[in-house]
Write a protein that binds this ligand. Structure first.
Ligand code: IPM
Ligand code: MN
Length: 315
């Protein structure tokens, strides 16, 4: 699903690199996103979601077009996909020569759940509420995923929240995190408030190994993490339901302002492709792609030149 703006441009490079790494895939193409919505009103029909359940993975570029009102594509396509397919882990690794950490963002709950509404809309007494939904089940599986991952890494998990103010959801997160932590005595833990985490991440991102956090804090901190890791043009994402159909996309958006200029950096999409190969069990090809992308400073040029340079390094 190339999507809108630079989405198709970067997905083309990702598919090129996957093929060059020697992985053959059967593919189906989906024309969805803001442009499609403006053409015929289609966002994400339930039949397509059902079809996706039978696939192994969805490789996506980016969706969103300037002419579409906010929320239509975000809620109707991206969040619908995450919720309907229960893609409960949003996995975002950030690797540079100076640091290597990964954010586990809970991907189906929190303020994203859509709880709330208006009272007396469009009057002077208007009220809008937007609640945060946090279930023991949702929080626990995110924490457990983080600890399992930490066991394969540097055995350090940081919970990021705002427990001093969000005393209901924060309390559930804190208790659940500590209960899961007790099952992993080999793993060291740390807690940061989200505001303080923004400072620590700018000052010394290398102090993190695995971070686990709620949906909205995870959205924000991963943009910051991208900014301290060479820019979001380099940041990949996996939206996972381990063992089931999962979705892979760059952290960046459709960047309509640079579409067609060749300025889009395809590395985030290429690395998202590598995460997809991990999910498909093609870990050797995934590692080779990551190695080929490692020296990002020397991967310059247009979108397709960067794709070609990664391909050349795979040889
Ligand atoms: C992201 C994006 C999405 C999010 C938007 C487009 C719905 O910002 O994947 O980080 O907030 O999750
Ligand atoms: Mn985001």
């Amino acid at each position: 699903m190339g999507g809108d703006g630079i989405g198709p441009e970067v997905v083309t490079e990702g598919l090129k690199v996957i093929a060059a790494a020697g992985v053959e895939m059967d593919t189906v193409e989906y024309d969805l996103g803001g442009e499609r919505y403006m053409k015929d009103g289609t966002i994400l029909p339930d039949e397509i979601v059902e079809e996706w359940r039978g696939l192994d993975a969805l490789y996506a570029g980016a969706v969103g077009s300037p002419g579409v009102p906010p929320g239509v594509i975000e809620r109707g396509l991206l969040l619908k996909m995450r919720f309907d397919l229960d893609l409960y882990i949003n996995l975002r690794p950030f690797v540079t020569t100076d640091h290597d950490f990964v954010v586990i963002r809970e991907n189906t709950e929190g303020t994203y759940a859509g709880e709330g509404g208006f009272l007396r809309k469009n009057t002077a007494e208007e009220v809008a509420t937007q609640g945060s939904v946090n279930t023991r089940h949702g929080v626990e599986r995110a924490c457990r995923y983080a600890f399992e991952l930490a066991m394969t890494r540097n055995k350090h998990v940081t919970l990021i929240h705002k427990t001093n103010v969000l005393t209901f959801s924060g309390d559930l997160w804190d208790r659940t995190f500590n209960e899961v932590a007790a099952e992993y005595p080999a793993v060291d833990t740390w807690y940061n408030h989200i505001d303080a985490a923004c400072i620590y991440m700018v000052e010394n991102p290398a102090q993190y190994d695995v971070i686990v956090t709620d949906n909205l804090f995870g959205d924000i901190i991963t943009d910051l993490a991208g900014a301290v890791s060479g820019g979001i043009g380099l940041a990949p994402t996996a939206n996972l339901h381990p063992g089931k159909m999962s979705m892979f996309e760059p952290v960046h958006g459709s960047a309509p302002d640079i579409v067609g200029t060749g300025m889009a950096n395809p590395i985030a999409a290429i690395l998202s492709g590598a995460m997809m190969l991990d999910h498909l069990g093609e870990t050797d090809a995934a590692d080779r792609i990551r190695t080929a992308c490692a020296d990002t400073d020397t991967l310059t040029g247009t979108t397709s030149e960067i794709g070609d340079a990664v391909v050349a390094r795979l040889a």
